[in-house]
Design a protein around this ligand. Structure first.
Ligand SMILES: Cc1cc2nc3c(=O)[nH]c(=O)nc-3n(C[C@H](O)[C@H](O)[C@H](O)COP(=O)(O)O)c2cc1C
Length: 314
């Protein structure tokens, strides 16, 4: 259980930040299904300081997503501190610092996971954020840059010294990107060796797996990313009927249209393909679902799928 500086989430399963997926619509859905905490995707500290319009949109949230963290990235202590002050004025429950993003664009700018290569520099950036805000501050890391430089002990020590309140650990190196398996032995070693609450992350695809990872690793909480897309029930452990899945899709799509207008239907597609996974006739319906730009047509295809599958459980 995480309990830091006025942040006491009501559970141990957290929605991982995922750019392009964990927008305000999906965060509210995950929270309603029992995610204990939610987080925005990574947001540029430079964009925040420049008051960029797109950046401001990424930071919008509603109370239904709380407790909510805004995740920021950057490599300048000054800009990160200034961004943290601006973020605090928006009223989130905590600020998370991205130290794990593996994308070429972010890393070549010396940000995200690239900072793992230089724990002292990383410490200065994080300390600047901690000093700038009275909110709890967390950091999300990978276990190192590559296999031969898995310096997670130095990184976690630097974060501890800088004053973070908890740390999320994705058990892969940057060079692994998303290949191989997350190393839960290392996650457990970190949880055992440090005083700070550790959130374990990587490859959890079911509610039971989340519970066993939590128990076996000794982490304060675990974080689920890809396994929650199309399956927010991963947080509650519920097993939805086909009609419940279809109902959830319709509600999700409605909220996407509310947030993004008709374009919400296009943005919904990546969720849709995951939601329908368990339907027996999913493969056949997939193409039609992904081609459609009409809400009513998509709803009719979903109703057809439910009818064919009867009232079975997924
Ligand atoms: C599409 C996608 C976008 C992601 N975006 C972010 C992000 O914005 N910030 C971040 O810290 N991690 C991001 N991640 C990493 C996830 O938070 C998580 O660490 C990773 O997916 C491993 O967990 P999982 O196996 O449960 O998905 C992203 C991952 C994916 C697949």
């Amino acid at each position: 259980m995480i309990s830091v500086k006025g942040l006491s989430p009501d559970g141990e399963l957290i929605l991982a930040p995922m750019a392009g997926y964990t927008d305000m619509v999906f965060r509210a859905i995950a929270r309603r299904h029992g995610a204990a905490l939610t987080m925005t995707e990574l947001i540029s500290a430079e964009g925040i300081v420049r008051n960029n319009k797109k950046t401001r949109k990424l930071m919008e949230f509603t109370d239904s997503e709380r407790p909510l963290g805004i995740q920021i990235f950057g490599n300048s202590p000054g800009v990160m501190g200034e961004a943290a002050r601006a973020v605090e004025s928006l009223g989130p429950d905590f600020i998370d610092i991205n130290l794990g993003c593996c994308s070429q664009k972010i890393c070549s700018g010396g940000m995200g996971a690239a900072l793992l290569k230089d724990p002292p520099a990383l410490g200065r950036i994080v300390e600047s954020v901690v000093r700038a805000t009275s909110l709890p501050v967390s950091a999300k890391i990978r276990i190192g840059w590559d296999f031969s430089s898995r310096n997670y002990r130095d990184v976690v020590s630097a974060l501890e010294d800088a004053g973070v309140d908890f740390i999320s650990v994705h058990g892969r190196t940057r060079s692994q990107m998303y290949s191989g398996r997350a190393d839960w032995d290392i996650i457990a070693e970190i949880a055992r060796s440090f005083r700070l609450p550790i959130v374990g992350n990587g490859d959890i695809i079911s509610h039971n797996e989340a519970l066993s990872r939590l128990a076996e690793s000794g982490c304060a909480a675990v974080m689920v990313g890809r396994g929650a897309v199309g399956n927010p029930w991963i947080f509650s452990g519920g097993i939805p009927s086909f009609s419940e899945v279809a109902g959830q899709v319709k509600e999700h799509m409605e909220a996407m249209i509310g947030r993004y207008g008709e374009y919400g239907i296009i943005l919904m597609r990546k969720h849709l393909v995951k939601y329908i996974h368990g339907f027996h006739n999913a493969a056949k319906a997939r193409t039609a679902l992904l081609r459609s730009t009409e809400k009513e047509e998509i709803e009719a295809i979903l109703d057809g799928l439910v009818e064919m599958d009867g009232a079975n459980k997924v």
